[in-house]
Write a protein that binds this ligand. Structure first.
Ligand code: FAD
Length: 505
């Protein structure tokens, strides 16, 4: 194994205290017991990006890893439960579908459930309904119901999967509390310079505006879009994916809660991008992610305000970004986690997951006895691949549209695709085959929900779908649908569940 550096790592410095910084600090605080000091530098004056409120189910694993009591976490962050994302107006104006968490139906003798459903639909014998009718998370979401999954694999309730909507500032504060209790030292200050070893080029210390210097052996760049360490100091280039994902700005504004608490995020396609709606216990988060090449800022701001369901709580705030990522996320003794490493728009709520993924992989490859080029390369390989896989899934939503009512949608519908996505679509278009690559975040169930939801019908289905005789397939589907229907009907409403278990004070 070749070594890019040597010596034990005893001092870790995290620059930035947004969601990325405090998630990293809370996870790494476990190292403190092993004699590693963890210092986090953040600047209140600079502040955080302040958005990032919708998550995906993997966050449950992160919270579990930290030993977090879920009800306490939901209360502390004014969170709600999320069973999926509703996409409105993406295929055509007036259309809607849900990308639910959880699985569709049940596979039969190794044959994927969606193949049975496609075969039944193609037979023309009766109406098998939509694929979403066979997913408990989708059915419960539509009815505004929620319950935690059952641990019993025989129960339909075991097929449910969920995530959270939470207040990002409250989550960072919650994690800060955990991290500080475990010995992480927080330093308030603005980083104005980065010292590097003149020979190795690795980072040795960060200098603060008040003259203090914080030295370390491993630096985690959580400085947000500024990318102070990986981008500015180490000059790792940024690759833009704007030709596939042209949205480069967002307006965000909270609004007063109105109506029932939907247990799902809503993403509504608009003239030059899309608007999000994220219900929290105490307010609703809203935003319009748009392409500045296709709409001007004022028009986008007006569209966001016009689409609000409740009164705006304050003035909209603008954010600017470019889709893409740094060419390496681990360089020398620095790892970028969060926005400092890359950005993918929040259409599938994946940024916090990518933070978590970076942290988990850092923990499994932690360079306790020094840096190894092999380990660094492995980290970069898997993280960069994950960014690309998520990118492809997001591009799918834009490309798989029939809309031509604005230059933006015309562009999305007709743009050339990354080869990796193109081949996935070709595989689907024949016999509806979907495979999950090793380490890929989105499961076939997710791809199936979005492909069918956006009207990308395959030409045929897998011949193995004939595993059951036609009449039996119809009975099997009706049984699954009925079980899901009854299970959803017996669940408490989302509000009831929260009031009973975890209402914010
Ligand atoms: P930031 O929050 O920007 O934190 C950077 C930190 O670095 C701050 O503490 C800052 O003070 C510090 N800092 C910067 N410069 C200095 C300096 N010189 N000295 C000292 N400290 C410094 N993700 C999701 O998963 N779900 C979503 O729904 C979602 N929605 C989003 C919507 C929009 C419009 C955008 C732009 C992003 C969204 N994200 C979402 C992404 C999510 O917000 C981020 O991934 C998450 O907040 C992490 O940000 P961060 O900690 O990397 O950066």
């Amino acid at each position: 194994m070749s070594e890019a550096g040597s010596g034990r790592i005893t001092k870790v410095v995290i620059v930035g205290g947004g969601t990325a910084g405090w998630m990293t600090a809370a996870a790494l605080s476990r190292l403190v017991a092993g004699g590693v000091s963890v210092t986090l530098v953040e600047s209140e004056e600079i502040g955080t990006v302040g958005v990032g409120e919708a998550t995906i189910p993997s966050l449950l694993d992160f919270n579990r890893m930290l030993g977090i009591d879920e009800d306490a976490f939901v209360r502390a962050t004014s969170a709600t439960f999320k069973l999926g994302i509703e996409f409105r107006d993406w295929t055509r104006l007036g259309d809607a579908y849900l990308h639910p968490f959880g699985t569709h139906g049940r596979d039969v003798e190794g044959v994927s459930f969606h193949q049975l459903w496609l075969r039944q639909r193609a037979s023309g014998a009766g109406d098998p309904g939509s694929i979403g009718d066979y997913c408990l998370s989708a059915v419960a979401a539509r009815r505004g119901r929620f319950n935690r999954p059952s641990a019993n694999p025989q129960s339909v309730l075991s097929t449910l999967s969920y995530a959270f909507h939470f207040d990002a500032a409250l989550y960072a504060a919650f994690l800060r509390n955990l991290a500080e209790q475990d010995g992480v030292v927080r330093v308030e200050g603005r980083v104005v310079a980065v010292d590097k070893d003149p020979d190795a080029g690795s980072i040795t210390a960060v200098q603060l505006a008040d003259g203090r210097s914080i030295d370390g052996e491993l630096f985690i760049d959580c400085s947000g879009f500024r990318s102070l360490l990986l981008g500015d100091a180490l000059r790792v280039p940024f690759t833009s994916w704007q030709h596939w994902l042209p949205c480069d700005r967002a307006w965000a504004v909270p609004s007063a809660r109105q109506g029932p608490l939907t247990p799902y995020t809503r993403a509504t396609a608009d003239t030059a991008g899309w608007r999000w709606r994220i219900p929290l216990q105490h307010r609703v988060g809203n935003g319009y992610v748009y392409s500045s090449a296709h709409i001007d800022d004022d028009a986008a701001r007006d569209a966001l305000l016009a689409g609000l369901e409740g009164t705006a709580l304050g003035e909209p705030r603008q954010l600017r970004f470019v889709a893409g990522r740094r060419d390496r996320l681990w360089e020398k003794n620095c790892i970028a986690i969060g926005l400092s490493g890359g950005f993918l728009e929040p259409l599938e709520s994946t940024s916090i997951h990518l933070i978590q993924s970076g942290i988990t992989r850092l923990m499994t490859l932690f360079p306790d006895t020094g840096f190894s080029t092999v380990e660094t390369a492995e980290y970069n390989r898997v993280m960069l691949r994950e960014y690309e896989q998520v990118r492809d899934f997001i591009i799918l939503h834009y490309h798989a549209t029939q809309r031509s009512d604005s230059p933006f949608w015309e562009h999305c519908r007709t743009m050339a695709l990354p080869e990796s996505l193109q081949s996935k679509l070709e595989l689907w278009s024949g016999k509806a085959r979907v495979f999950r690559e090793q380490g890929e975040l989105f499961t076939p169930d997710s791809w199936i929900a979005v492909l069918l939801g956006q009207g990308i019908d395959p030409q045929s289905f897998d011949p193995l779908a004939a595993v059951l005789p036609a009449g039996e397939t119809a009975r099997f589907l009706a049984h699954v649908r009925d079980m899901i229907d009854k299970t959803a009907a017996a669940m408490p409403t989302h509000e009831q569940f929260i009031a009973q278990h975890c209402a914010a004070p």
